[in-house]
Design a protein around this ligand. Sequence first.
Ligand SMILES: Cc1cc2nc3c(=O)[nH]c(=O)nc-3n(C[C@H](O)[C@H](O)[C@H](O)COP(=O)(O)OP(=O)(O)OC[C@H]3O[C@@H](n4cnc5c(N)ncnc54)[C@H](O)[C@@H]3O)c2cc1C
Length: 565
Amino acid sequence: MSLSTFERNEVLEKMASRPLDLLVIGGGITGAGIALDATDRGLKVGLVDMQDFAGGTSSRSTKLVHGGLRYLKQFEIKIVAEVGKERAIVYENAPHVTTPEKMMLPIYKKGTFGRFSTSLGLRVYDFLAGVRREERRVMLSRKATLNKEPLLKKEGLKGSGYYVEYRTDDARLTIEVMKEACDRGALAVNYAKVDELLYDHDKKLSGARVIDQLTKKEYRIYAKKIVNAAGPWVDTIREKDHSKKGKHLHLTKGVHIVIDGKRFPMKQSVYFDTTNGDKRMIFVIPRDGKVYAGTTDTTYARWPIDPKPTAEDRDYILEAINGMFPSARLTAADVESSWAGVRPLIQEEGKSPSEISRKDEIFISKSGLISIAGGKLTGYRKMAQRVVDVVVSELKAETGKSYPESRTINIELSGGHFGGSAHFANFVHEHSQLGVALGLSESEAEKLVKKYGTNVSQLFELIRFNQDEAKRYQITPVVLATVQYALTYEMIVSPVDYFTRRTGKTLFDIRSAKKLAQPIISYMADRLNWSEEQKNKYSQELNIAFEEASLLSTPQTDDHEKDAV
Ligand SMILES: Cc1cc2nc3c(=O)[nH]c(=O)nc-3n(C[C@H](O)[C@H](O)[C@H](O)COP(=O)(O)OP(=O)(O)OC[C@H]3O[C@@H](n4cnc5c(N)ncnc54)[C@H](O)[C@@H]3O)c2cc1C
């Protein structure tokens, strides 16, 4: 079934109507990846998320598909080798949500790494990640470094290492994985919370009581296997199963800030050591006329819904940027928007948040609950493969039925059906012309094609017929088509889903988001038959999201974040 907003109830009814092979709790990147892998291997899969898809950590990352260069410092060779290799696979299967991004690692006199060690480190990184010849690292002279990024601090600069990472839109990557899973037969619903786990007479896990957060209707969904991919809430689900013993999560918060590109006209992504002596590294990344920077890494001991950036977080990042780009002289007033996310890491005694390994691990409880914790967005496919391997081997032992090996290495994601990344540029060129023929400007058409990939034909179809409606709501046919598409194919329930996770406007274009808010709320209200009360509730929710994205509103203090969980 598709991810249509209008079919939410039917999907829930269907999930509850017959036992599934697998129920996945959590619709972040981990759960979406598991749903795709398992569905492709022939399992009947259902997935529920208590918030919007990617509403947890999977819309709040640094938005890089990266190998984790800094983990080399910690000798996490296995992680670097695995996620490093995954970069190219994610790119190959979804070039419309993954873009190669040249990254600069500046080298300074008395810096942590000199020219030799940087060169060697990047060489090892290329080797472990199996990087293609044309993308391997090069070492740049001081002059070449400054040519690429004139705003860098000049004093003590010796040159830089130059290598390739990939930029993504984490929330869109998640939704494309989910759409592909649903196109292949998975059932998935957002705003549906697992409230209670259900057991058979042998105390074996057999299902879950799920509450639709919109209607408060209750469903009993039964499945042969249940996977807990609840990210920062993995332990909460383990507690419901009375199996939170031994290893547990350590949540750490990471914050990013966004600055307008006119105020901070960086040309080049840079990854550098902070100058405040805490030995952490920060990314500064130009993107669509904005620059975003992060991240922080502090222990977080609160309920992980909607973590908030604080003034301290913002000032830490600003200080780091001003240390590396002294002419920028950025202040709090330059920060346009921001976001915070919580990393679901596995606790390691005696380690600081930045030192804790990003490795993933599977826990299987006595009742049969399979929990997956830790990991990275980049490594989601491999994590999913490992989890589904466990699921199918248990099913085989119990039923005798065999399932194929994972095939996701070759599965193109929804919107990514180009026959390989090599065809992407040509596709963008040809389909942009189709957009222009519909009356779109060249840049409008190109942006749309790049964002929606091979699904763009559905948007073009909507634009062909929505001109009068767009006039009525005083928005452009392109904007209206993106809302219509999100309602029909991406299960948006509230305007926040659209502005924050389907389009990223709250984070990267908050001014235009504010202008578009009222017309889009009116359109959604008409299509979804909202009462006046619902309309007010959703408008208020969107205003709060806009306020929270703006760090300058009412930053909180950090006094609640002292203890590990
Ligand atoms: C600041 C920061 C920067 C990062 N940068 C990067 C990066 O650049 N590259 C990278 O590869 N990784 C990065 N990561 C790591 C990456 O974002 C996470 O590993 C990944 O998003 C975790 O995904 P997940 O699906 O496991 O968790 P989540 O995305 O949090 O998904 C779990 C879902 O479970 C749902 N859920 C919980 N309880 C229930 C319930 N009872 N019923 C139903 N649903 C439930 C939640 O609503 C949530 O949506 C970063 C993380 C942070 C915090």
